[in-house]
Design a protein around this ligand. Sequence first.
Ligand code: GTP
Ligand code: MG
Length: 200
Amino acid sequence: SHIKEVQFVKSSSRPRDCPKDGKPEFAVLGRSNVGKSSLINLLVRKKEFALTSKKPGKTQLINHFLVNKSWYIVDLPGYGFANAPDSARTDWSSFTKGYFLNRETLVAVLLLVDSSIPRQKIDLDCANWLGRNNIPMTFVFTKCDKVKGGKGKRPDENIKDFQEFIRENYHEPPPWIMTSSTTSLGRDELLLHMSQLRNY
Ligand code: GTP
Ligand code: MG
């Protein structure tokens, strides 16, 4: 599961422009600002590889990164831009759904869930949509390093709440991993998990 080399290949504005070499790939999906680009940077151990930003809506294209010349990790636009200006919105319904439904080389979706905030309906809707369309997914909880005081719940409490909901609603709950791009928590576990899925 070791990453020796990673190269940015291309940004595609349409699903049909994505690479056609048949290599397996993982899509990184989640709410805007959940930490998709940060997670990719963590996996490849590069600070500014996939661009991160405090402003939601930074990633507007399908970005393919080739790892060890053998498999792709794909950074996708986030969904649910609550605070983004209209110009930064992506029509997730046509754009990203088209990608998921037609991408034959997709091994699994890494569905990122922000563990520093309470369970969000939009994440559950997304998981349900993927489940209904038989697209394999792994829940990757992000920002597990964050500590909440006051009324906010801690990441582990938010994760427990999210998982309880999933267990009640799924025959086979998807695998899940806790991560932090700040402390590197979950990096090795996630890489191992992805290598097992590739060789499955
Ligand atoms: P879009 O491309 O806009 O959809 O956002 P994104 O999902 O790629 O999020 P991005 O990686 O740009 O991170 C958004 C913000 O969250 C940045 O300010 C990051 O520094 C912060 N962040 C991401 N991951 C973590 C984490 O594990 N811990 C903490 N504390 N902050 C994080
Ligand atoms: Mg991003």
